[in-house]
Design a protein around this ligand. Structure first.
Ligand code: HEC
Length: 248
């Protein structure tokens, strides 16, 4: 009878402690930043990469290797730094209207031109068969001319940096009385969705950790509870230092 009583007391105490813990843990989930001051949990709380959401191109945050679409690159491109890059082309290309051909064809109005069609220039057959110069086509040609148009007579190594190429394309856009519009940047909704996914992953991480915490604490409590019960049982239901009362 005594044993049962103390077991009930222990169960009640454990129940109460558990309830307090659960409230704490739920609070933790609802207000994560208040609990986890400056430790590594804080980064899990709001893992939104602002730069990714804003469509920025800088790379200081923990952004994964990400392919930036040409439209976004062009939207952030700088035609005047592209004009500086174009100095690498002027030994072979004129850019003013009617200025004639050099070793390469004149590049006035090149965006939108059917490749290999500038009057008076002797193109290779490969270049003549290449198709229209969209921004995408120009971008991959300038990146690596001989890989993009095998057999081309343009002996130029190429420009590997995509932002430098975007700047150059922005300059080529200005070489026209009717500039061709840039392709639209990738839909921002897609990036917001990605940020949402990241947030979900973060929340899931937090939940899993919390679940782990509860398990740990449950086990600790169970052990503590067993110890209490063992104590009581071994002592004949009386605390060790309880005064002895006669006639028991
Ligand atoms: C060493 C000389 C040389 C340099 C430097 C050079 N090109 Fe060319 N480019 C050529 C020649 C030659 C052709 C014609 C290729 C063919 O017919 O296969 C050409 C063709 C092109 C065409 C195709 C034009 C058309 O009418 O279809 C584009 C676009 C072009 N070059 C852009 C550039 C740009 C941009 C640069 C600088 C980043 C550059 N080139 C640097 C020699 C050069």
């Amino acid at each position: 009878m005594g044993d049962l009583f103390w077991n009930k007391v222990a169960a009640a105490v454990i129940g109460l402690v558990l309830m307090v813990m659960v409230i704490g843990v739920v609070g933790d989930i609802v207000f994560p930043e208040e609990q986890h001051g400056g430790d590594e949990h804080a980064s899990l709380a709001y893992p939104i990469d602002l730069e990714a959401v804003m469509g920025g191109t800088g790379g200081t945050g923990p952004v994964e290797e990400e392919v930036i679409d040409l439209g976004t690159l062009l939207a952030n491109a700088n035609a005047s730094s592209g004009e500086r890059t174009f100095r690498r082309c002027v030994s072979c290309h004129n850019a003013a209207p009617g200025a004639g051909n050099l070793q390469g064809p004149n590049l006035w109005d090149v965006v939108g031109r059917e490749a290999g069609t500038y009057p008076g220039f002797a193109y290779t057959a490969e270049m003549s068969a290449h198709g229209p110069w969209t921004y995408e086509a120009l971008d991959s040609f300038i990146e690596n001319p001989r890989a993009d148009v095998p057999g081309t007579a343009m002996s130029f190594a190429g420009i590997r940096n995509e932002e430098d190429r975007a700047d150059l394309l922005a300059y080529l856009q200005t070489l026209s009385d009717n500039p061709v519009a840039f392709p639209a940047p990738a839909a921002p909704e897609a990036e917001e969705e990605m940020a949402g996914d990241e947030m979900m992953e973060g929340a899931e991480g937090e939940m899993t950790e919390t679940a782990g915490d509860i398990e740990d604490q449950m086990q600790a409590l169970e052990e503590a509870g067993e110890a209490v019960i063992d104590d009581q049982a071994g002592d004949g239901a009386m605390p060790e230092d309880a005064p002895e009362e006669g006639g028991n």
